[in-house]
Ligand binder design. Structure first.
Ligand code: F6R
Length: 610
């Protein structure tokens, strides 16, 4: 949600800022802006719409000379996308410029306070109060660091801020609370950014900032302070993954590239945790005793990560026989859940920065519940706050719609389910061994599904004018249906809903009419006949059926208009395979409709506001 970048060094800042913003555009893309100090003044250019308009307005940055600057790409929360509401925001005299990610919750109160003091506001944003409040405190206390400390005491909400001040022409000040921010270090200059890819071209040495840390960046150094303005010694994190991992590499869309990367992402996530046919999760600090005593698991996440959790609920309950309660993070954090002794909260997040998920993790910890995070972004807030972290090694995921991160989240849950089942003695040894073996074979099976796209592409081409598409499944197929439906609606804008197949007739079946497409997942052998009955029910009412079934199942062809087969696999592991054709189906529909697949309207990759 919103991307921040800042640079101070020997090079021209504006082209570096534009380059960094391009890497961050997935975080928000309804407007963008940069502020550069040109040796005399702070110059600001900001434009509504995609980054390319800002690049045009600044002649690729060349019309904004200067070696110190900050930039922002926005996902609007307060005030519609417009030039005026875009960041950076400045004080009235234009001597302080600010970029902000997060929400200042008490901005109306602060705005009122500042207006009474004579400050004039030009935008509808919450961020503008930061520029004016800093102005107020700089005048009062005489220097920016002190002003920032006072600002932190006054503002409520979440923020990552990049600040430049005309009177301090050799520094950038930055601070974070509940919004991600990193610092990049290099001999050519220093950087701030919301995410690593923005600066990876320039440096691999970074500081991961903690909440309430303040940074002062100069051309040749970086100092980090606590809220008392005491310097803090920070450890440098060296990033060893390659920038090409975060680039399109010749593909038309990141989403397609990321779909194709799933075999590798799965292998990287699963293989290091299998030793001689046994699941070994070295990062897991829970003792065998703690695992045996587990009475309950809460799985908490948002969006697709929640859908991965839905697979986890079925699988963990089935294999490890522990009751699993699954919750949407924004509900969990406020619903006053009953926290039981000997329970575990599994928190799932690709970005590791989702505001509601982070808050849910903290809520669980506050109530004495052990936490285990399944996270993709190394060093992210959720990874740092959790008691245990199981990283999904999907690599950087740039497309807003998740594919490879989702798949690795599901595989991480299989690992946890198997480990817990083994330790608790709830799985027969032969089934355990077979499941581990099949888990290890998933990357190859997924790869086999990524060889031939024509059939899906042709079918998708026929369905791109659909008004509504329903997804049905039972058991883990229902969990996959949820994910398939979300994938479709978020990138193609076709209305879609997912139902547990037995539930449709309790109301929603009235929406089925002649020609309505119903995507029916039928990979669960023990539930196949039930599923077939549900397919017949909708077919009788005119539905067209696209089915996903296991290879060798010919029965399904009698009831489905179009069948996509996935390799035979144990029922619990089927979601890893059946989601692949669903991702491709959504992708091709969206491409066919001319949608912006990687940056769907109204969305952002990392939801750092609640
Ligand atoms: C959908 C999608 C979102 C995310 C959700 C959680 O394709 O990507 O639904 O799954 O916003 O994000 P993370 O996993 O970063 O917490």
């Amino acid at each position: 949600m919103c991307g921040i970048v800042g640079y101070i060094g020997k090079e021209e800042a504006a082209p570096i800022l534009l380059d960094g913003l391009e890497k961050l555009e997935y975080r928000g893309y309804d407007s963008a802006g940069i502020a550069v100090y040109n040796g005399t003044d702070i110059k600001i250019t900001k434009t509504k719409g995609r980054l390319k308009f800002l690049a045009e307005a600044t002649n690729e940055g060349l019309s904004m000379p200067g070696t110190l600057g900050i930039g922002h790409t926005r996902w609007a929360t307060h005030g519609a996308p417009s030039d005026i509401n875009s960041h950076p925001h400045a004080n009235e005299s234009g001597t302080i410029a600010v970029v902000h990610n997060g929400i200042i919750e008490n901005y109306l109160f602060l705005k009122d306070y500042l207006m009474k003091k004579g400050y004039n506001f030009v935008s509808d944003t919450d961020t503008e109060v930061v520029a004016h409040l800093l102005d107020h405190y700089v005048k009062k206390y005489g220097e920016i660091l002190e002003a920032v400390v006072h600002l932190m005491n006054r503002v409520e909400g979440s923020y990552a801020l990049g600040i430049i001040v005309k009177e301090n022409p050799d520094e950038i000040i930055a601070v974070r609370k509940d919004s991600p921010l990193i610092v990049g270090l290099s001999p050519e200059g220093n950087f701030i950014a919301s995410d690593i890819p923005a600066i990876l071209k320039y440096t691999r040495d970074i500081y991961l900032l903690e909440d309430r840390e303040i940074v002062r960046l100069s051309r040749d150094g970086v100092t980090v302070y606590d809220v008392f303005k005491e310097p803090i010694i920070k450890e440098i994190t060296h990033i060893d993954w390659d920038i090409t991992a975060a680039e399109k590499g010749g593909y038309e869309h990141f989403m397609f590239k990321e779909i194709l990367e799933q075999p590798k992402a799965l292998k990287d996530t699963i293989s290091p945790r299998i030793h001689n046919g046994e699941v070994v999760i070295e990062e897991m600090k829970m003792t065998d005793e703690e695992i045996k005593n587990l009475k309950k698991i809460y799985i908490v996440a948002c969006g697709s990560a929640y859908h991965a959790g839905a697979v986890g609920k079925y699988v963990i309950e089935d294999m490890a026989r522990i009751p699993v309660e699954i919750d949407i993070a924004s509900e969990f954090r406020y619903r006053n859940p009953i926290f039981e002794k000997d329970s575990l909260a599994i928190i799932i997040s690709q970005s590791g920065e989702t505001a509601d998920t982070l808050a849910a993790l903290r809520e669980a910890k506050k109530n004495g519940v052990k936490t285990l995070a399944i996270v993709n972004v190394v060093g992210s807030s959720i990874a740092r706050d959790a008691d245990n972290v199981l990283y999904t090694w999907a690599g950087p995921e740039i497309a807003v719609a998740t594919t490879k991160a989702y798949s690795t989240q599901v595989s991480a849950l299989y690992l946890i389910g198997l480990l817990f089942a083994k330790k608790r003695g709830t799985i027969e040894d032969s089934l355990y061994k077979e499941t581990v073996k099949e888990l290890v074979s998933l990357p190859d099976k997924v790869a086999s599904l990524l060889k031939d796209f024509d059939k899906i592409q042709n079918f998708a081409a026929k369905k791109q004018n659909a008004k509504d598409i329903f997804f049905l499944g039972r058991g883990v197929d229902y969990a996959t249906a949820l994910e398939g439906s979300l994938k479709l609606k978020e990138i193609s804008y076709i209305h879609s809903e997912a139902y547990a197949a037995g539930e449709l007739k309790h109301g929603t079946i009235s929406l089925i009419e002649e020609g309505t497409l119903v995507v029916s997942l039928a990979t669960q052998e023990n539930l196949f006949n039930k599923m077939l009955s549900n397919i017949k029910e909708v077919r009788t009412r005119g539905a067209v059926i696209m089915a996903i079934a296991l290879e060798g199942n010919t029965e399904i062809e009698k009831e489905a208009d179009f069948v996509l087969y996935v390799p035979k696999v144990l029922g619990n592991l089927a979601p890893s395979l059946s989601v692949i054709p669903l991702q491709l189906f959504s992708y091709y529909i969206a491409v066919g409709k001319g949608c912006d697949v990687d940056k769907p309207r109204n969305l952002a990759k990392s939801v750092t506001v609640e």
